[in-house]
Design a protein around this ligand. Sequence first.
Ligand code: ATP
Ligand code: MG
Length: 211
Amino acid sequence: MTQSDNNLDNNEAADTKAERHKARQQKLKEGVDAKIAAAQEEKGILLVLTGNGKGKSTSGFGAVTRCVGHGQKAAVVQFIKGGWECGERNLLEKVGVEFYVMGTGFTWETQDREKDVAAAESAWLDAEKLLKDESINMVLLDELTYMVTYKYIELARVVEALKNRPKMQHVIITGRACHREIIELADTVSEVQPIKHAFNDGIKAQLGFDY
Ligand code: ATP
Ligand code: MG
């Protein structure tokens, strides 16, 4: 076999590989196109971002930014206010996003159940108003899951408000250990898994990155 025979063989092999790749991609595209054509319904999505890894609230705020970027209206209720200033709030309030922040600090720091329940109730009343307001395209209920877990807010009230909200309104719920009933009601649920977290190596929460 000459060198040029060898080159011919190599070219043929490359051609077959390229054709097979093209055929596979074509099949994939047909599948995706069929799914896109079938997905015709439009409605407000209920999204739950849960799990123990980092990235739930930042993802929720990312969606709020996306919504506002299209000229739509978004509002945020923060059910657990950290001791730190919230970078997203500083920015998003300037572009018209309404923020409602629960009046206590981290609940595990207050150790005053009655005060926490009253603060949760007040923040939930704000949330209920937003969940009836057709002019709001997206509501972010940040760290709501804990209010249900601690029984600060009754699950049935949350489920009812979510079910009866305006048809086109998107709602995003973040927080660990989301209640099963809320997960069942949701359209999209993502769980963020912790593979590693810098905090466990003694690195403190950093401004502009963690808050
Ligand atoms: P982020 O706001 O960064 O998106 P998150 O909403 O997913 O985080 P939360 O459970 O609300 O996470 O915790 C908020 C704070 O705790 C953040 O400063 C975050 O970096 C930190 N955190 C999140 N996950 C972990 C973890 N697995 N271990 C330690 N700290 C964490
Ligand atoms: Mg969070």
